[in-house]
Design a protein around this ligand. Structure first.
Ligand SMILES: [Zn+2]
Length: 546
């Protein structure tokens, strides 16, 4: 009997069918590492939420679909909860505050950055207000080696560059010094910065003219970076400062941002009507200017920077102490400090100033300025409060919190389409000192107070301001939106219970209502605890040369 011969075509067809079957089967059964089921997906674009499953493979979102049936190594049921892109905070003091970064700096001291991760923040951008490590590379390498929970990127700081080149003096740079500053800005971009931060309110940057900043902005802009400014004046002259921030963007030919926008002191409340109009007009004529904001009516910075006149802050600490020792000069400083307490950051009353951290006397943290005065056996008068502020500076300086921002201004900025949410907080050691509660609560406070309770924003718009908008701002193309092939940074939370409980009196309280945080595909927070995974990466800007 003759065996039926298979023709070559038949053999090929059989083989093809087998290959197709295997490919199809594999596609169907290829397991996901993690599937988040039944979530209300708020995807970060501002679009209305939709119900879907999110399939994650490796560090990426592989699928977002109504129903994912393929097997998964792990499944999280998010029914009744929101899944959103992990929040991106464009203003974090990850390397410390003003001046030289402390050692070890905060993100290395607390690599899990619990106060942020527990709010759903998955990316921190450090180096704000003109202060960053200079050069950046060693700090980024140390951070990478340490292993961190959230992702971390940074700006390069103009003030730190200025201090590195010619110290803390009130003059313009020489041509040679300016050239050196430009070179350091370029080096910062090549080390991976996302742009240039300035803190024209702070010594030494306060001694800079706009054209000096523009020179560095051009270098950074040509490398694809942005400019972000803690403005020269957030009080009576805030409109001049917004004009300057816009001019830096316009003349430096780069995107520019007013960071932690606010108007401090009762005399300046309501000025955001005018400043936001300035922003709108600049945008209309083609200047790419945006703002960010934190949702609190108090600001925070050092007692010396907030309550002393600028001229008294020039030079190093020894120069400041010398001025305070001279009775005539001290009297001049005191008069201006009284004025600042009455019309500026002091909000008209010494009780509006709270000491947040004193390394030389930790027991002062949490006390109001008039209490500190009383503790020294002084009266609670504004004069004695001012004298006490100078005494704090003399004794080693302290951090301070200043209740002098209007609620209406916050809401007005929150509603503006070009505003995003940023904390201006720091990576903090749980329980240490009395930090501004924004470090623990910024993002969940917006979701709880301003979305759910006050209905200032829709949930979708609030999420957009925490994710795709800051991502777009710094050119982070693969984060900030829940979409296939984006990096899997995801936060899952209950919109009915999400809230901040950190207060000015009791700041060390973690966010509530966040249930799971996923960073680069790995679960970084669940069951009320940050996991042992350290999935965070260093994120680099557009001009990095490895
Ligand atoms: Zn600032």
């Amino acid at each position: 009997m003759r065996r039926p011969q298979r023709g070559p075509l038949v053999t090929f067809s059989v083989a093809l069918a087998w290959v197709v079957t295997v490919v199809v089967l594999r596609a169907q059964v290829a397991p996901y590492d993690l599937v988040i089921r039944n979530a209300r997906v708020v995807d970060g674009t501002g679009n209305p939420w939709f119900r879907a499953d999110i399939g994650i493979r490796g560090d990426e979102i592989a699928t977002i679909a109504r129903r994912i049936n393929a097997p998964a190594t792990r499944t999280i049921d998010a029914a009744g909860q929101v899944a959103a892109p992990g929040f991106i905070d464009i203003h974090v003091h990850a390397f410390g505050g003003a001046g030289q970064p402390p050692s070890p700096f905060p993100i290395v001291e607390v690599p899990t950055a619990d106060n942020y991760v527990r709010q759903g923040v998955t990316t921190l951008i450090g180096g704000p207000d003109g202060f960053s490590p200079v050069p950046l590379r060693p700090a980024l390498e140390l951070t990478a080696k340490t292993g961190i929970t959230p992702n971390l990127g940074t700006f390069i700081g103009h003030g730190s560059i200025r201090a590195a080149v010619f110290g803390s003096v009130d003059r313009a740079p020489t041509a040679g010094e300016l050239e050196r500053m430009r070179a350091l800005a370029l080096e910062g971009m090549r080390d991976g910065a996302f742009g240039l931060s300035t803190g024209l309110f702070y010594v030494p940057a306060i001694f800079s003219k706009t054209d000096e900043v523009v020179e560095l902005a051009r270098v950074v802009g040509a490398s694809g970076g942005i400019h972000i400014s803690h403005m020269r004046d957030e009080e009576l002259k805030v409109e001049d400062s917004v004009r300057e921030t816009i001019a830096i963007g316009e003349q430096g030919e780069l995107p520019t941002q007013v960071t932690h926008h606010k108007t401090i002191g009762k005399a300046s409340w309501g000025k955001t009507v005018a400043t936001l109009r300035q922003i709108d007009e600049a945008r209309q004529r083609g200047v790419d200017v945006t703002v960010d904001v934190y949702p609190y009516t108090a600001s925070a910075t050092s007692i010396s920077a907030a309550l002393m006149p600028v001229w008294a802050q020039e030079g190093g600490r020894e120069d400041i102490l010398k001025r305070l020792r001279d009775p005539v000069t001290r009297r001049r400083i005191l008069v201006e400090t009284i004025r600042i307490l009455l019309d500026g950051r002091g909000g008209g009353d010494a009780r509006n100033v709270m000491v947040s951290r004193c390394d030389w006397n930790p027991s002062l943290a949490g006390q109001r300025l008039d209490d500190v005065a009383a503790g020294r056996g002084k009266s609670r008068s504004i004069e004695e409060a001012a004298d006490t502020a100078l005494w704090l500076v003399e004794s080693g300086d302290c951090g301070g919190i200043y209740f002098a921002i209007g609620e209406d201004d916050i809401q007005r900025i929150l509603r503006h389409p070009a505003s995003m949410i940023a904390s201006d907080g720091g990576v903090v050691v749980f329980g240490r000192a009395s930090p501004h509660p924004r470090s623990y609560g910024t993002f969940v406070r917006v979701l709880g107070r301003y979305v759910r309770d006050l209905k200032v924003l829709t949930l979708e718009d609030a999420i957009r301001k925490m994710s795709s908008l800051p991502a777009r701002r710094i050119g982070l193309a693969d984060r900030g939106i829940l979409r296939e092939r984006m990096k899997a940074d995801v936060v899952i939370f209950d919109p009915a219970t999400v809230r901040d409980i950190a207060t000015f009196e009791q700041p060390h309280q973690y966010a509530q209502g966040i249930s799971v945080v996923v960073i680069n595909g790995q679960v970084a927070f669940e069951n009320g605890a940050v996991t042992t995974a350290r999935p965070g990466r260093i994120l680099y800007g557009p001009a990095r040369i490895p």
